[in-house]
Write a protein that binds this ligand. Structure first.
Ligand code: NAI
Length: 339
């Protein structure tokens, strides 16, 4: 187990079990040098507890790097709840999770993520104050995450494709959940052409009718001939096989941990596809939560739009240093975390 903590430079890992509610939860705290660890809580079905732990560790590291690149006074952490099979009392599950967060005394602050809703976090908030983005506080991160993805797409389209606007830009979106559906609306408003895929046909149909998007199946989205491929579903979608199938010039999406391995960044570069590092692209939600919690709500949009400037710097350093963009982003984040 410790073998997987060291390469990620993870500070601590917490496992929780609550028999009454059936809760099996993991909280991974990557780093608290810049501030308390903040990161969402996933609630998904996992094949094994090992897979859930690995997910939490990788996601917690991503949160540290995300906060650092966004210039926020936060560390990185993440929680994973292994969604139990059968009928569950969801409120009891999240109340028990709130007790786990409370036990950590503020070293970890939780928020919404895949498989959790703001209403779940209302239950958490009944047990701990170390939670942000609930139905009650109204700090929904997803619209700002989508705005940040837009900022990244604009920056990459400008610096990599020589475009001044997004009119006619063809974007393929994988996943039309909280972020993907907001992103589709923003892109359509900017005049982009959309091709979309989601495992849920209802979500595809809604976006197709609202924004005149073409719909393809979950596998075909990878080989859509487009300008930008935007992964907004789950992680690890860019692997040796899928990268060879891509027919885009830029990858910029909200999903966390898009690269199955670090070396996939080099594979994308060899294919002349610019990869916009995921934890920068999807930092908008985190910026929203942190600034709102700190009473700086008026600065949120400006700071989210500044993702475009950080991406431009990554593109510049990537060319100058002849390095894949994921390596450049890691170095820039590490310069801030470990300075
Ligand atoms: P979500 O759970 O609301 O939406 C995910 C969507 O992807 C669902 O509609 C689901 O049906 C679809 N999907 C799942 N597997 C798929 C597949 N193989 N092919 C096509 N569609 C598939 O999640 P949300 O909140 O929209 O987040 C999307 C990604 O962005 C996640 O990786 C999340 O961790 C990341 N993220 C989200 C943030 C937020 O503010 N919500 C912030 C930062 C990152």
């Amino acid at each position: 187990m410790f073998d997987s903590l060291a390469p990620a430079r993870l500070q601590d890992l917490h496992l929780f079990n609550d028999q009454a509610s059936g809760l099996n939860a993991i909280i991974a705290i990557h780093n608290t040098r810049l501030g308390p660890a903040l990161g969402g809580c996933r609630c998904l079905v996992y094949d094994s507890s090992r897979a859930a732990i690995d997910d939490a560790i990788a996601l917690a590291r991503g949160m540290s790097y995300k906060a650092a690149l966004a210039g926020l006074p936060q560390g990185g952490g993440k929680a994973v709840i292994m969604l139990p099979s059968g009928t569950i009392d969801r409120k009891a599950l999240f109340r028990a999770f709130g007790d786990c967060v409370e036990q950590l005394g503020g070293r970890y602050i939780t928020a919404v993520d895949s498989g959790t809703e703001l209403s779940d976090l209302d239950e958490v908030a009944g047990r701990t104050s170390h939670v942000i983005g609930t139905g009650q506080d109204g700090f929904d991160p997803s619209p700002m995450t989508a705005r940040g993805v837009m900022a990244a797409i604009r920056s990459a389209a400008n610096h990599c494709l020589g475009r001044d606007d997004l009119n006619g830009l063809h974007v393929a979106i994988q996943g039309l959940g909280h972020v993907g559906s907001n992103l589709a609306a923003l892109l359509a408003e900017a005049g982009a052409r959309l091709t979309v895929a989601d495992k849920d046909p209802g979500r595809c149909a809604a976006v197709a009718s609202q924004f005149d998007a073409a719909v393809v199946d979950s596998e075909a989205i990878f080989q859509t001939d487009c300008d930008v491929f935007s992964p907004c579903a789950l992680g690890q979608v860019l692997n040796g096989d899928s990268i060879e199938r891509l027919q885009c010039r830029v990858v910029a999406g909200a999903a966390n941990n898009q690269l199955a391995h670090g070396s996939c960044g080099e594979q994308l570069r060899r294919r002349d596809i610019f990869y916009a590092p995921d934890y920068l692209v999807n930092a908008g939600g985190l910026i929203r939560l942190v600034l709102s919690r700190n009473g700086q709500q008026d600065q949120v949009e400006e700071r989210v739009d500044a993702i475009a400037d950080v991406l431009a710097e990554i593109i510049r350093r990537s060319h100058e240093d002849d390095l894949p963009s994921n390596i450049v982003a890691d170095r820039m984040a590490e310069e801030r975390i470990y300075a």
